[in-house]
Design a protein. Structure first.
Ligand code: OXD
Ligand code: MN
Length: 597
């Protein structure tokens, strides 16, 4: 199929890559439903996809990955800038030429026997000043289908690109060439021993090899919209953040937009699809994972969601925890690594719908007594955001939406109160810079370990983390504090001595958001503590929760000794970031210590 583009650089690059990787043909993705169906049918025929029971889950598919390719691979993710110092201590670094040499060898003939797909895509609404165009070359049709749900794909993007528009070159190969035209393929080709996810921020390129899973392979998401975009944002004076965007309407009809940074698998999608448990409040989604933010002409910060779909964690999603997600994925969705029921619908731990798994995520008969989960803990659904019954009408507004408050949060079973407001913007940056969370299955590695995850950007910041803090502080200093969003630290995950969650979470989180908006609107005072400002007891609406005053107090309890240990731990976190750490953050830490002793 020939290209519908007169973009000489794009054509040259496609030819060069095809020449080197040796695919049997080049396939230009036009973004049409016809192509989607054609590729899905092929993947069903070849065994990569299974068509789900059409009476239960119309137009939906199930895939299971190779058991060695199930999550983002942070240890194999690289920022390849000229100077190691610019990548900073939190990123893996390789010199661009060295990484390109390694990968050029690996890409040689890596697409033999496969098709190479050309996916022109836009992150952000086409034509918005926020948007960035990318083109992904991949030998995975599964990636094409997922990209079609997650981004704007096809001819409209090529048209926008014209003859000389700028785009981010994104190269992806599963790294599993077929020896001959007749060699049969495996359902999930990948190359776990040679996986690399490499970013070249200076030349704005992404080269990914060996993995077909999620953020390693859908290059618009974490690679472009966070790692490359964060580095562009630093140079150009805006922010590319790992944040949800939520629209809240009060019973009086007041509308506010809130952004929130939470590490992977900490309930971001649930919060983005919140169903408020308090009377009269309405919540709608703008985005569940990424926010690009910049100053508007009125001096406020505006945000867009650069994605067009949701790539959500399935386990734990139910009509109780997230009815909006459950309604969104009723049809036209792709499920990866969930379990299956006997009648070919999907199943996962916590789906809580009266069914049971029949086969596990690898497609084997599931034995409940094995003690192993039926669905992989990082199993996912991919679906178009437009299918959500609670998507806000303005979710693709090219101007973005004005942000009133930003939340930082993580899983902390102790120490961090339910909600704390920053004293001012730079104290809020300190909160973001020091946030920590217990690790989850979204990335390889052990689950449940406490790690500092500044702004939930640890795996996604495309440059030196201390420079990133400085960028936030500079942006704050440019703004008028009265127009900047107010910053808050939240923690839905605190546990009592018996190990039980102390806060009901989910829809009840609206109570915390209500207090936050009361603060934004200067309607209530707040109590000063060494950590920040917390609600006076009567200002947090807990009516109907059956919570004793003691239980409520426990959610905000501060143990001085524990907090002094936390100060020490932050001190070493800061030390690990080296000498570039902004002085303002060191001062915030000194201030915190002085308030505790
Ligand atoms: C995600 C992640 O997939 O953060 O959103 O891992
Ligand atoms: Mn994420």
């Amino acid at each position: 199929m020939s290209a519908l583009t007169f973009h000489a650089d794009l054509q040259r690059w496609v030819e060069e890559v095809a020449h080197h990787c040796n695919p049997k043909e080049v396939y230009w993705c036009d973004g049409s439903a016809k192509q989607f169906k054609e590729l899905a049918d092929e993947l069903v025929a070849s065994g990569t996809l299974l068509r789900l029971n059409a009476s239960k889950r119309p137009n939906s598919y199930w895939a299971h990955s190779d058991a060695r390719d199930v999550a983002r691979v942070e240890s194999k993710t690289y920022i390849c800038c000229e100077n190691e110092e610019d990548a900073g201590p939190t990123n893996n670094w390789r010199a661009p030429l060295e990484m390109k040499a390694t990968l050029t060898d690996l890409y040689k003939e890596s697409m033999t026997g496969r098709r190479m797909y050309v996916i022109p895509f836009s992150m952000g609404p086409l034509g918005s000043e926020f948007s960035i165009i990318g083109v992904e070359l991949t030998d995975s049709a599964y990636v094409v289908l997922n990209m079609m749900y997650m981004t704007e794909v096809g001819n409209s993007v090529l048209e926008k690109l014209g003859e000389d528009g700028r785009f981010v070159k994104c190269l992806h190969s599963v790294g599993a060439p077929l020896g001959s035209e007749t060699e049969s393929d495996v359902p999930w080709p990948c190359n776990p021993d040679n996986t690399y996810v490499a970013h070249f921020p200076e030349t704005k390129e992404i080269w990914s090899f060996g993995s077909g899973y999620g953020g390693n392979a859908l290059l618009g998401k974490k690679c472009l919209a966070l790692r490359i975009a964060s580095s562009m944002a630093k140079d150009e004076g805006w922010l590319a953040e790992h944040m949800l965007i939520l629209k809240l309407t009060s019973p009086a009809g007041e509308v506010h937009y809130i952004a929130g940074a939470f590490p992977s698998s900490c309930g971001k999608t649930n919060l983005a699809m919140l169903v408020p448990a308090i009377e009269g409040w309405k919540a709608e989604t703008i985005g569940d994972d990424i926010a690009w933010m910049r100053f508007g002409k009125d001096g406020r910060i505006y945000a867009v969601n650069p994605e067009k779909g949701f790539f959500g964690v399935a386990p734990g999603t139910s009509y109780k925890s997230n009815p909006v997600a459950m309604d969104t994925i009723r049809s036209s969705a792709i499920f990866t690594n969930t379990a299956l029921t006997e009648d070919l619908d999907v199943w996962w731990e916590g789906i809580d719908n009266g069914t049971s798994a029949f086969t596990d995520w690898q497609g084997n008969r599931w034995d409940p007594s094995s003690g192993k989960p039926a669905a992989h803990p990082n199993s996912r659904f991919t679906v178009s955001a437009s299918q959500s019954p609670k998507i806000a009408p303005e979710w693709q507004d090219p101007k973005g939406v004005p942000i009133s408050a930003i939340l930082f949060g993580g899983r902390r079973s102790s120490l961090v109160p339910l909600v704390t407001e920053a004293f001012n913007f730079s104290h809020g940056v300190f909160m973001g810079a020091t946030m920590a969370s217990e690790t989850t299955a979204a990335a390889e590695g052990q689950v449940g370990q406490l790690r500092r995850d500044p702004f939930a950007m640890l795996p996604f910041c495309g440059y030196h983390m201390a420079d990133y803090f400085a960028h936030w502080l500079e942006l704050g200093a440019k703004g008028d504090e009265s127009k900047l969003p107010k910053l808050f630290l939240v923690n839905w995950f605190r546990r009592n001595e018996a190990g039980k969650f102390m806060w009901p979470g989910y829809g009840e989180n609206a109570r915390v958001l209500k207090w936050i908006l009361d603060r934004v609107q200067h309607r209530v005072e707040a109590k000063e503590t060494p950590l920040g400002l917390i609600p006076y007891t009567n200002d947090l609406d807990v009516s109907g929760l059956n919570m004793s005053d003691h239980e409520l107090d426990q959610l905000f309890e501060m143990d001085i000794e524990d907090l002094l240990n936390e100060v020490d731990s932050i001190e070493s976190h800061f030390a690990s970031l080296g000498s570039k750490l902004p002085e303002a953050l060191r001062k915030e830490l000194d201030l915190m210590r002085s308030k505790l002793v």
